[in-house]
Design a protein around this ligand. Structure first.
Ligand code: SAM
Length: 267
C-alpha cells in the first residue's frame, strides 16, 4: 500500500463513494456557490470534498478517523478555504464556526450508525443552518419524508418535520460505494423552516408526547398517553383518543404537547 492508501473501516461506517456519475448528481443537487459556508461531515477520502471546494465555497470538514487526516491534508490543505477538524461530529460545537444565522450548508455521506443522533444534534442548532443534504439509508429517508397514516410515520418524521421541510431527492444503489453497503441509500434535503409552521409552547414536551405515543404504536392514544393526559384532556386538545399514533399529524401532536404545557403551568 502506498503512503496515502486507506483500508475502509466498518466501525466508522466507511463506505466510500466511487461512482463519478453519482458524485456529480449529488454535487448538482447541493449546488454550492462561491462564498457560501459549507460544513461536510465525514469527508472520508474527499469524494464530495473536491467538488464542494471547486465551487468556491468556504468549507469546514469534520472527520473522526485520524488515519484519514494526512490523506485529506495532502489533497486539500493548500487551499485557504479548507479547514479540517479531526473529531466526533456528534460532539462538535457548530457555534464554534461562528456562522451567520441560517447560513450554514451541511452535507455528508453519513455513517449510517450515527445518522439519527447526528440529525437530532444538528436540529438543536437549526437556527444556524440554511439546509442539509445527506446520503442516508433509503429506509431512513423514507421515514424522514413520511406522511401521517403509514408505517413509516413516527418519532423521526415528526421531530424532523417540526423543524424542516424534507425532500427525498433520489436513490443510490450499493454499487456506487466501495465497499458496497448491504442496504440501498438515498439523498435527502432538509431545509429548516424560516418560521415554524406548528410551534409548540415547549418543544421538549412535544418530544415527550411523541416518544410516549410511539412506544406502543398499535395502541390507541388514550392508552399510550395515559401517564401524561386523561381522555378528557386529549379531547380538549381536539384529538380523537381512539386513534392510533400513526394517524395523527404534526399539528395534532403539537396540540397535545401544548395541552400538557398548560397543565404544567400554574394558572
Ligand atoms: N464522504 C466520503 C465519501 O462519500 O466517500 C465518506 C463517507 S463514509 C460513509 C462516512 C465517513 O464519516 C467516514 O469517513 C468516517 O470515518 C466518518 N465518520 C464516522 N463517524 C464519524 C463521526 N462521529 N464524526 C465525524 N466523522 C465520522
Amino acid at each position: 500500500m502506498s503512503e496515502y492508501q486507506h483500508r475502509a473501516r466498518k466501525r466508522f461506517g466507511q463506505n466510500f463513494l466511487h461512482d463519478a456519475g453519482v458524485i456529480h448528481r449529488i454535487l448538482r443537487a447541493i449546488h454550492a456557490r462561491e462564498g457560501e459556508r459549507m460544513l461536510e461531515i465525514g469527508p472520508g477520502q474527499g469524494a464530495l470534498t473536491e467538488g464542494l471546494l471547486s465551487s468556491g465555497a468556504e468549507l469546514d470538514v469534520i472527520e473522526l478517523d485520524r488515519d484519514l487526516v494526512p490523506i485529506l491534508n495532502h489533497k486539500f490543505a493548500g487551499q485557504t478555504r479548507f479547514r479540517l477538524h479531526q473529531g466526533d461530529a456528534l460532539k462538535f460545537d457548530f457555534n464554534s464556526l461562528q456562522p451567520a444565522p441560517h447560513s450554514l450548508r451541511v452535507v455528508g455521506n453519513l455513517p449510517y450508525n450515527i445518522s439519527t443522533p447526528l440529525i437530532f444534534h444538528l436540529l438543536n442548532n437549526a437556527g444556524l443552518i440554511r439546509d442539509m443534504h445527506f446520503m442516508l439509508q433509503k429506509e431512513v429517508v423514507e421515514r424522514l419524508a413520511a406522511e401521517p397514516g403509514g408505517g413509516d410515520w413516527g418519532r423521526l418524521s415528526i421531530m424532523v418535520q417540526y423543524h424542516c421541510s424534507v425532500e427525498h431527492l433520489f436513490n443510490v444503489g450499493p454499487g456506487a460505494f466501495n465497499p458496497p453497503p448491504k442496504v440501498d441509500s438515498a439523498i435527502v434535503r432538509l431545509t429548516p423552516h424560516a418560521v415554524l409552521p406548528h410551534p409548540a409552547k415547549d418543544h421538549r414536551l412535544l418530544e415527550t408526547v411523541v416518544r410516549e405515543a410511539f412506544n406502543q404504536r398499535r395502541k390507541t392514544l388514550r392508552n399510550t398517553l395515559k401517564a401524561l393526559l386523561t381522555a378528557e384532556q386529549i379531547t380538549a386538545a381536539d384529538v380523537d383518543g381512539s386513534l392510533r399514533p400513526e394517524q395523527l399529524d404534526l399539528a395534532a401532536f403539537v396540540r397535545l404537547a401544548d395541552q400538557l404545557a398548560d397543565l404544567q403551568t400554574p394558572a
